[in-house]
Design a protein around this ligand. Structure first.
Ligand code: GLY
Length: 381
């Protein structure tokens, strides 16, 4: 017999769980099809950097607004999730240091701190001596650093557990070990409309709203035509154990980033590899990261390596997420393709999808993220 819900979510990672919790908060009956800990799932593989500051020049203004809106939501959202789930989640709002390892990069970063939007990101150029005071473990070879004062970080694994637990505690029907294989679609006289999903185990969930939150596996859900153009982009990471709190802030260079945790772990990432679903990590990938990390923070070379792993970012052709209605099938909402920013964008994604699913306007402009930008437009008949 089919389960029934107002909304069914394909994917039980951080995005799926956050959306489920938000929808439940608006009074909907919600089911989540959660395949479980898939190897390479992005929610667990991420480092939890919360950085709306554009890592590359020229990123879309609409994306920067989306990212900043989400970061603004983060502290209260994490606190609410902790309370609802009873699971503590480490959230650190100490900013990020972009180290300048060459004079050329120092010139660029110094200049960046003088741009008109500097205050929005909390940008401040730190000369070598200030850097030594602020982060003594940073390489003495660094010429200085750009402090991005508003950046933060979160323990993404604890956060994902907390979001799932909060959703389940609120009454979300959490279908553990279930994967959505296809949409159930009906013709309603005006076109094609979602009627629910079919699960790999043979069951069905009937629902008028279907949320696609399956990360890099989203394209494999049958019935989406065009399929969302989401592909896996592998990222390798490692973790070392620090003596005490040797590194306090997120530290980044052009080749790597280092994210400290309160338990003394220092997460080091990440490669960006177009290798499909090829599992990792690889010796070459981890060696390159270890070398880059030692250039930024020399003591890392001698620390005990406690973990190495790889995950698949859900990449899209323009590196922007897919947020909003499917261009063809009414009732399908996309919350996928978050690429390098799925953790950061979880709260704003949940707010957007909860608004759209209940007939309200999205709380932030989402035109730039419309799934329709890649394909067919729904024909009203
Ligand atoms: N946002 C970090 C990464 O994609 O590696």
């Amino acid at each position: 017999m089919a389960e029934r819900a107002d909304a069914v979510i394909a994917g039980g990672g951080l995005i799926g769980a956050s959306v489920a919790w938000a929808l439940r908060g608006r009074g909907l009956d919600v089911a989540v099809a959660d395949p479980g800990a898939q190897s390479g799932a992005a929610s667990a593989a991420a480092a939890g950097m919360l950085s709306p500051f554009p890592e590359v020049a020229g990123s879309a203004p609409a994306f920067e607004l989306l990212a900043r809106t989400s970061l603004d939501r983060f502290p209260a959202w994490v606190a609410a999730l902790c309370e609802a789930s009873g699971i503590p989640v480490e959230f650190r709002a100490l900013g990020k240091l972009h180290l300048a390892l060459t004079e050329e990069s120092a010139g660029t970063l110094r200049q960046r701190a003088r741009q008109p939007d500097a205050a929005e990101y909390g940008l401040e150029w730190l000369e070598r001596e200030r850097l030594r005071e602020e982060e003594p473990a940073a390489s003495p070879a660094a010429c200085g650093a750009l402090l991005v004062g508003r950046d933060a970080s979160v323990d993404n694994r604890a956060l994902t557990r907390a979001a799932a637990a909060a959703a389940a505690a609120a009454g979300v029907n959490w279908l553990r070990g279930e994967r959505v294989v296809s949409l159930l679609i009906e013709e309603d006289g005006r076109g094609r409309r979602a009627a629910g999903v079919r699960l790999a185990g043979g069951g069905q969930v009937r629902a008028g709203v279907v949320v696609i939150a399956a990360g890099c596996w989203s394209a494999g859900i049958a019935g989406l035509d065009p399929a969302p153009p989401v592909r896996p982009v592998r990222g390798q990471m490692l973790a070392v154990q620090m003596p005490g709190a040797a590194v306090r802030r997120v530290v980044a260079t052009e080749s790597c980033y280092l994210v400290p945790r309160g338990d003394g772990r220092l997460l080091i990432g990440a490669t960006v590899e177009e290798v499909g679903f090829e599992p990792g990590p690889t010796p070459a990938g981890i060696a390159a990261l270890a070398t880059a990390a030692a250039e930024a923070v020399p003591l890392t070379a001698k620390l005990h390596m406690t973990e190495a792993w790889a995950g698949f970012r859900p990449g899209t052709p323009d590196a922007l997420p897919l947020l909003g209605p499917d261009p063809v099938v009414a009732g399908v909402l996309h919350a996928t393709g978050h690429y390098r920013n799925g953790i950061l964008l979880a709260p704003v994604t949940a707010d957007i999808i909860a608004a759209l699913a209940t007939g309200a306007a999205a709380p932030v402009a989402i035109d730039a993220f419309s799934p329709a930008r890649f394909g067919a437009v729904r024909e009203e008949r």
